[in-house]
Design a protein around this ligand. Structure first.
Ligand code: CUA
Length: 309
């Protein structure tokens, strides 16, 4: 799957279509008015009029025209934006989206009961179905914005904001934190993957499972290094004893397209590079470097993480 361009001009959801439509109306209207004014300016410079009806121009062009245009625009935009989020949030799938410096935690209710299914940086949703996002943050203000699916909504400390989204076609939609939140605000991307309901159900069931045991000696070495390095002081790999939620849940990190919130494509080399020196890739991130770790162990650790599908 390849993420498309992050674009407001290619809506894939009802709310995004409303926003794109409004944008086009404003752009075309503004262009026509600008062209009209330029034409008047050109005429007034070219021809010296015999008599100018100053009063009519001031009242008509400076008062009546803007009042009429702005009133129409206000009525039109109020009518269109009143349609936001109403396209069937009923029976929606609830997902918690939690903004962190500088990544996203996602929590899905477990269909089989039990604790939430936790993931990071990649929001998977069933296509054609309403998804109700509970947006919150555990540190500073962030903002959820996936332009192809809808408008942006702030994530404010101490509050939970709701946003209903619905993707009309399958695809990968790039989103971006839209509120300045510190040094790595620009590298706080999110990908929304819209997939058919059956595929989504299968994906969710797989995500609910614990990590599989290592399949060979090299992966075993990687898992041992994970525990020896005390990675679980910040991360969780379910099925591997206690963990923490300071960093992204890594139980199925190998199944995600990116690491470090959209910064790098998930592969062996990216994982090894990130573990060795995350500060060189994303300065200021909470993740410390691996310090003294020999190359063989580092490769084994990266391979084990990549194997966590
Ligand atoms: Cu989070 Cu900007």
């Amino acid at each position: 799957m390849t993420p498309g361009l992050q674009s407001v001009l290619d809506p894939a959801a009802p709310d995004a279509a409303v926003i794109a439509h409004l944008g086009w109306v404003l752009f075309i209207g503004g262009t026509l008015i600008f062209a009209g004014i330029m034409w008047l300016l050109w005429r007034s410079l070219r021809h010296q009029p015999r008599s100018v009806r100053t009063r009519a121009w001031i009242v008509g062009g400076g008062l009546l025209f803007p009042v009429a245009v702005l009133t129409l625009l206000l009525a039109y935009s109020t009518w269109r934006t009143a349609q936001f989020g109403t396209q069937g949030s009923h029976g929606a799938l609830p997902v918690s989206v939690i903004g962190k410096m500088w990544w996203w935690e996602l929590r899905y209710p477990n269909p089989a009961g039990g604790p939430d299914i936790v993931s990071a940086n990649e929001l998977r949703i069933p296509v054609g179905r309403a998804v109700y996002l509970g947006l919150s943050t555990t540190d500073v203000i962030h903002a959820f914005w996936v332009p192809q699916l809808g408008g942006k909504v702030d994530m404010v400390p101490g509050r939970i904001h709701g946003l209903a989204i619905r993707a009309d076609r399958p695809g990968v939609y790039r989103g971006q934190c839209a509120e300045y939140c510190g040094e790595q605000h620009a590298r706080m991307a999110l990908h929304v993957v819209a997939m058919p309901q059956a595929e989504f159900d299968a994906w969710l069931a797989a995500q609910a499972r614990d990590a599989l045991p290592p399949a060979n000696a090299m992966l075993q070495r990687g898992r041992d290094a994970y525990l020896a390095q005390r990675c679980n002081a910040c991360h969780t790999v379910r099925g591997l004893g206690s963990g923490a939620a300071l960093g992204p849940d890594l139980t199925h990190v190998g199944s995600r397209m990116h690491i470090a919130a959209g910064t790098l494509r998930t592969d062996h080399a990216a994982l090894a590079g990130w573990i060795a020196d995350p500060q060189a890739i994303k300065h200021g991130a909470r993740m410390p470097g691996a310090g003294r770790m020999d190359g063989e162990t580092l490769r084994a650790l990266a391979a084990w993480l990549e194997s966590l599908k």
